[in-house]
Ligand binder design. Structure first.
Ligand SMILES: [Zn+2]
Length: 216
């Protein structure tokens, strides 16, 4: 079976326009390797277009994408996941100066957890439920203070999830060491699909997570 024409046509457009117009840049990247300034962890959601959101181009963003932009706590090498390997590569080999966790509004993975992992469309046992289990466990271990109304619960969990992933980044030895040296900054952000705006996620002294504007 041939490649879907929507993909073939899109690729032809890329080669004749985007690649052609930035030929020197692409040739330099091929010759000298990638110099990304930021490791971005974001959701697999097709509405999230990181290069547009950050005005970035080829070579700028080293990316990890998974359901709901999850980062689990550091585990032993024998249990390493693709996401964790990408963190090691980005921080130790590429020496990015920023790690950004970017969740978003209307996230299906978060809604799944907020609804108690109940979704008849998924398999049994659900791989999505398994993937989201660390966040589910975090909620249970920290006393469930999230709102009970479904939409409010999902919205609150979108913010909390980002804060938890940022906290978990700090459990990786090579990340905490880079932060101590002053070589690395970590931020949690929420992208609002309705407005196109990015908000910072900050932890309050009482351990809650709230939104702030980008200056903040
Ligand atoms: Zn999502």
């Amino acid at each position: 079976m041939a490649l879907d024409t929507i993909l073939v046509d899109g690729h032809k457009q890329f080669v004749s326009h985007t690649y052609h117009n930035e030929l020197t840049k692409y040739e330099n990247l091929a010759k000298n390797g990638q110099p990304p300034h930021t490791l971005l962890i974001t959701c697999s959601d097709s509405r999230i277009v990181p290069h547009d959101i950050f005005g970035a181009g080829p070579g700028d963003l080293f990316m990890v994408r998974n359901i709901a932009a999850q980062v689990s706590p550091f585990v032993a090498v024998s249990e390493s996941t693709s996401s964790q390997a990408a963190l090691e590569y980005g921080v130790t080999a590429l020496k990015v100066r920023n790690i950004i966790v970017m969740g978003h509004t209307g996230c299906g993975g978060i809604a799944h957890v907020a609804a108690g992992n109940a979704c008849p469309d998924f398999g049994t046992p659900s791989l999505v439920s398994t993937w989201m289990r660390p966040l589910d466990t975090w909620i249970k271990n920290h006393g469930d203070t999230l709102p009970s109304e479904p939409q409010a619960r999902a919205s609150a969990l979108e913010i909390t999830s980002i804060g938890v992933s940022v906290q978990n980044l700090g459990t990786f030895p090579f990340i905490s060491e880079a932060i101590k040296r002053g070589d690395l900054n970590i931020h949690g952000t929420l992208y609002d699909i309705h407005t196109g705006l990015l908000h910072l996620v900050k932890e309050t002294p009482s351990g809650d997570f709230i939104l702030k504007d980008l200056s903040g």
